[in-house]
Each structure stands twice: as C-alpha cells, then as structure tokens.
Design a protein around this ligand. Structure first.
Ligand code: ADE
Length: 248
C-alpha cells in the first residue's frame, strides 16, 4: 500500500519508523511518504495560513500550498485508473465520520491513501472541493474530542490500518480474537507466574479443557462489554450470539 501524509510538522510522523509499521516500511509492504506542506509555498516566509474571511478567531490554512501538494500526489497515484477510479484522501477533523475498526478494515484494502493534516482552524474549504476532482475525499474523526491538528489522528489511523495489511503482523490469528473484531471487547489475558501478589490465574485456564476455556473467555467478553461499552451490546447482531451467550 502507498500512503502519503501532508503536514506542516513532518517530524510528528517520525514515530511511523518504529515497531511493526517501521518494519512494514522496511519490508516494502508499506510505501509511506511524508510531505512538508511548506515545501509547496513560494514566498520567503513559507506562509501556510491567513486570517479567516468573515472574521473570527484563529487562522485558516491557505489553499495554494494544499492545491499544489495534492495535485502532485494525485498525479503520482497508483490508484488513479483509466475508468475514473480515485485514490482516497482522508482529512482528519473533529467534524468527520468516526473512525472505527470496520473503517480500518475497509481502508486496509486501498491501494493508496493520502492524509491531509490540517492545523489552526482548518483548511480553506475550496481545497476539499478541488481535491474531490481527483480524490475520494473523506473527513474522518478519531473521536469526539478536539486535537490541535491531524497528525496524532494520522498516527492512530495509520497504525490501525497498517497492521491489517497482510504480512504486517507475524501471526494473523492475533487479529481474530482482539477487541472489536467480533463486536465485543477482548477477554482478559494472563501469563506466568500462576500466583502473583496473592492473586491466582483463573483455574479454568490451567485445566487444558479447550471448550471450557473458550466458554470462560466468551463470558468475560460479554461481561466486560456490558460493563464498559453497553452501546456495543445494543448494536450486537443477535444472530452472532449462541444459546450459551444468552444464558450469560
Ligand atoms: N483534528 C482535530 N481533532 C481531531 C479529531 N478528533 N479527529 C481527527 N482529527 C482531528
């Protein structure tokens, strides 16, 4: 997969050199390019913002550098096809659709993702209108709170998407039982020693009885989800529940 990120703080994205995503880049599973928006300015001060038309607090990102950066990325996109296929442009913003695991799975199928990191009060709206000629533009939020810019949101989204690309995680089975993969939160996990600080590992996990262990874990998932995220229980597809779940 190719990923382009445009930001006025490219150093923020240095964390994407670390751990599994860094390894995926070195293994050529992920072709990740970070662009400094100021490289697309033409004035001495490399200015990327200006005061808002209509007044109001704060500054707005100027359209010209964004237009130049996005035009260049669109022109190079491996996803732009002869039948008008468009690469995806994700614009992190608190006013976007909420990013979740289903969206991560969908985006992990893409050939090319571009992320446009806004700062200040946001990017001039005409940039998104213009970009829609070449991109499938998607404003996306990582949650109902406000960050100072899109960079931290991009770190979260690239990690969540990147780990779903085949080959990035050594053991793909670990994706099957994690939180949100089946609409429930993950069950609790334990390792050695069996007794620590007077606390014992639940006995069933030492029993070797796989059916009982599976039932124990499933019950813990249901209990945890009901306690911590009742909203997920409401959304659960009833057909995914079995008879034993209903007794829990
Ligand atoms: N930029 C500022 N706040 C954000 C949020 N919650 N999600 C994505 N991008 C943002």
């Amino acid at each position: 997969m190719r990923i382009d990120v445009v930001s006025i703080f490219p150093e923020y994205l240095a964390a994407l050199d670390l751990s599994l995503i860094g390894k995926a880049r070195r293994d050529n599973l992920l072709d990740l390019n970070v662009h400094d928006l100021r490289d697309y300015t033409h004035d001495r001060h490399r200015k990327v913002d200006d005061t808002p038309y209509g007044g109001g607090a704060g500054m707005v990102m100027k359209p010209e550098p964004w237009g130049a950066a996005l035009n260049r990325i669109a022109a190079e996109s491996p996803a732009a096809g002869p039948l008008g296929e468009k690469p995806i442009l994700i614009v992190p913003a608190p006013a976007g659709a909420v990013f979740d695991q289903a969206m991560a799975y969908e985006l992990a199928e893409a050939q090319h993702l571009t992320f446009a990191c806004g700062r200040y009060e946001g990017i001039d709206e005409r940039v998104l209108e213009h970009a829609a000629e070449s991109f499938d533009v998607r404003p996306v939020s990582i949650g109902d709170y406000v960050l100072n810019g899109g960079e931290v949101a991009v770190l979260a989204m690239v990690e969540a998407i990147g780990r779903l690309i085949p080959g990035v995680i050594g053991n793909p089975e670990s994706l099957v039982e994690e939180s949100h993969s089946d609409g429930l939160l993950e069950y609790p996990v334990y390792t050695k020693p069996g007794s620590w600080q007077g606390r014992e590992v639940p006995e069933v996990l030492l029993s070797g009885n796989h059916a009982k262990i599976a039932r124990f874990r499933r019950n813990k998932q249901l209990e945890r989800t009901a306690a911590r995220r009742p909203d997920l229980i409401v959304e659960l597809d009833a057909s995914t529940l079995n008879r034993h779940d209903r007794d829990t």
